[in-house]
Design a protein around this ligand. Structure first.
Ligand code: ADP
Length: 449
């Protein structure tokens, strides 16, 4: 009873039944009763005419006269004498007036509306012959025909009802079937099967629902793939430092070992532990950024000053590689989360230093361009191949895995950068410097007013 199919069918049948009832009431009110009334008027005048004719044909016997009228005219006639006995009674007629009506007519009254439903209009007329009262009842013979035609209408309506119900059974099935397929597909997806695609040629709402469902399935499949890749990457990133830690720890167990080798192994263990710690910190940061929809604590601050501070903080790294850092900082104030943006510049500048050889050059420029604050970090390092300039922003993506291992990256830095920039409704882009090397451009919206 609760299925959509049953509901559609029952609703349709209900609508048809209600329409039929309303139609039959309306037809009775609008046609049958007024029709019966008009017919009665005509019966009355014709009844009077019959009596008139009988009176004017002197010497004619009453009963044979009335009998003839009954036979040759379209009227069925019934005649009753002063004591209410039938003188002429046509047994084939469906309505016989009651004793009270006959008495009423005999006492001189005209009666109409004898049968309430108005199906067999009949009138009663009084008249006298030789001082004797008689009651004449007149009705239309062809009335049967009229009833027959109304039976036909009823049969037609019933046929419409039956055929309509049958067709709606079929139509409802075609409406409900694609919904059932969708339900099954959604059930499959709930169990983790995201590679679902529903085929349809329909362009209506159900077709659109199918298309949206397919898009949703594709998106979920993509997310699922990304999740699997992410887990695999995390495991891989964690696995390699753990393998070296456990390997060097085993080596350290050997008693005979020079102090120099021991220090070397311990240094590696220390570095790999720090690497693990960096990975877990970055993962935590990534996850918290993905779940905080808005900048944590936005405040107005000078971007040029922040960049200067980051450069100073990273001094040991760039001066260690004897890299020249050029600054071109216009005073620009932004409204953003200071800590998060500091992370952005640290990661970008850290990368530039990491991927630029000794004696290289890194330029940092900030200026207000239109409605945005623009920060460009340029280096003359190894650059990023064109086909990877969007992928580098995905978690764990490294241009050259072997190369990056040597510079101890984990491929999460740029993902964090991108998330922070997007949380600030800004954009980031990686390009190539004309003379080789990379340039990262970050645009952040400037506060209106
Ligand atoms: P990582 O911790 O490996 O640096 P990132 O997400 O910061 O991770 O960067 C992803 C990759 O993008 C790096 O491994 C590197 O291959 C490439 N990359 C990022 N910045 C630069 C740059 N300035 N020059 C050349 N390659 C870069």
């Amino acid at each position: 009873m609760k299925s959509l199919y049953t509901r559609i069918v029952l609703t349709f049948i209900g609508v048809i039944v209600a329409s039929l009832i309303i139609a039959s009431i309306a037809s009775t009110l609008l046609f049958r009763e007024p029709f019966a009334h008009t017919l009665e008027n005509s019966l009355l005048s014709n009844g009077k005419q019959i009596i008139q004719t009988y009176r004017s044909s002197a010497g004619t016997e009453l009963i044979p006269f009335m009998n003839n009228v009954s036979i040759i005219s379209i009227y069925a006639v019934q005649l009753f004498d002063a004591s209410g006995n039938p003188l002429l009674e046509d047994r084939s007629e469906p309505v016989v007036p009651g004793a009270e009506r006959i008495r009423h007519v005999l006492s001189g009254g005209v009666t109409r509306n004898i049968e309430h439903e108005g199906r067999y209009p009949m009138v009663g007329l009084p008249f006298q012959v030789d001082g004797q009262p008689y009651a004449l009842f007149v009705m239309l013979k062809g009335n049967e025909l009229w009833l027959q035609s109304s039976k036909e209408v009823n049969t037609e309506l019933l046929t419409v009802f039956l055929i309509g119900s049958f067709l709606v059974l079929a139509a409802a099935r075609s409406i409900v079937k694609p919904l059932l397929r969708l339900r099954d597909a959604a059930g499959q997806m709930a169990q983790g099967h995201f590679d679902m695609q529903l085929r349809t040629n329909r362009k209506d709402e159900i077709g659109q629902l199918n298309t949206s469902f397919n898009e949703m399935a594709q998106e979920l499949a993509k997310l699922d793939r990304m999740r699997r890749e992410f887990v695999a990457n995390v495991s891989h990133e964690i696995q390699s430092p753990l393998t070296s830690i456990s390997g060097f720890a085993k080596a350290l167990k050997q008693k005979r070992m020079s102090e120099e080798s021991r220090m070397h192994y311990l240094t590696i263990i220390e570095e790999e532990s720090e690497r693990l710690s960096r990975i877990s910190q970055n993962l935590l940061r990534l996850s918290s950024l993905q779940h905080d929809r808005h900048p944590a604590q936005p405040a107005a601050f000078r971007l040029d000053e922040q960049l200067r501070k980051v450069v100073i903080a990273l001094e040991p790294q760039w001066s260690g590689k004897e890299i020249t850092v050029e600054l071109d900082l216009e005073p620009v104030t932004v409204h953003a989360d200071e800590d998060q943006l500091s992370q952005v510049w640290t990661n970008l500048l850290g990368n530039s230093i990491k991927f630029t050889p000794v004696h290289g050059r890194v330029c940092i420029r900030v200026y207000a361009g239109g409605r945005s604050a623009v920060v460009r970090i340029t280096d003359n390092g190894i650059g990023i191949p064109e086909d990877q300039r969007t992928d580098i922003f995905k978690p764990f993506h490294k241009v050259d895995k072997a190369r990056d291992r040597a510079v101890s990256g984990n491929g999460l830095g740029l993902s964090i950068v991108k998330l922070i920039v997007e949380l600030h409704e800004g954009e980031i882009q990686a390009d190539e410097e004309p003379g080789g090397g990379s340039v990262f451009t970050v645009k952040l919206p400037l506060r209106k007013g």
